[in-house]
Design a protein around this ligand. Sequence first.
Ligand code: MN
Ligand code: MN
Length: 418
Amino acid sequence: MELVSRRNLLAVTAGGALVAAAAKAQAQSFGNPDLPPEGAASTAQDPASITDPGSQNPALASQFPSAQSPPSTDVGSMALPWASFNNAPKRIQGGGWARQVTQKDFSIAEEISGVNMRLTAGGIRELHWHLATEWAYMTYGNCRITVLDEQGRAYVADVKEGDLWYFPAGLPHSLQGLGPDGCEFVICFDDGKASEFNTLLLTDWMAHTPPHVLAKNFGIPAEQFSKIPLHDLYIFQGKLPGPLAADRQAVTSPLGAPPYPFTFSLGAMKPLRQTKGGEVRVADSSNFTVSKRIAAALVTVHPGGLRELHWHPNADEWQYWIKGKGRMTVFNTGPNAVTMDFNPGDIGYVKRAQGHYVENTGDTDLMVLEVFRSDRFEDVALSDWLSHTPPALVAQHLNLDTSTIRRIPNDKPLVMPD
Ligand code: MN
Ligand code: MN
């Protein structure tokens, strides 16, 4: 049948090139499985296919080579797994700024919303609380956090780059940048719809409570409250706090300290896995006990390395791209596969159980944070599955020799090469 149509085509076309292109366009091949074939490699006979004479923004386009020219293995119409803090409007006030990407901006991000915040030395994120659980990773500088637990036990700690904090939903807390240059961090809420600009603020409540009620509540004459702010502060420039030990002393409760710390040094811990390709550190409720609703992996991929093909059976993955550059491909039934490029400050998102991998496309280390709304980090690796399935069974699926199958890493490297 194909031969017939090819002969017909030959009869009606003047040159052979078009025919050859048409014939080639019918061919599936290794690395280009779809019909009709997709990708720039399929257009060698017809170079005009990849031209783009319309409006251009080269500065932006150059950031996304995989969208400009997707691999021939990409197919279908998956939701974009990419968002960024880089184009999220900053709310700037004396003392620092905040910006966020919630599900309103990034529709697939159902389980987690993200905030990026900067506080100056002395800059205060005012005392507040909210419905969502708050988990944070410090990307720069030093910060003092305060939190009161549900039994009235106070916790004060200083955190630095690579550290985490965790505030269970509803518990009141504050943040303050320390010397020499304040801090910057990324917050994750365990709800894609949660907004950092919609929190319950101390100043708001005080200003919206009748003075005589304030007097009764605190046992202090109402006049003493006459200078409270009438508008919220949210972020404001404050004075640097004294030594941590003094603050800890000042908040001592007869009930003692909370049983578990609300902070954790993720960056400084020994890697869970270290290979030639990179390393992975994990913080979840197994080592960061208080973190019952968020699990995270800090992944470093060396140049040329690959965060191996895997998926997460228990939760969606929200990513923060800390440094370096890379490319992620996400796979789902359909088939669907989409590849996207990421730079520092970008956000990635992968739905639960969808296959994915990350390549370092730069010449420096790539660091990515993988965050999950779960008490445990869970990860199923393709190599681990295939190396722990009877080789004859795998061989029949993939037309591989069993000797080849035995070469697949069987110790879950997480980052390749192992
Ligand atoms: Mn908060
Ligand atoms: Mn992952």
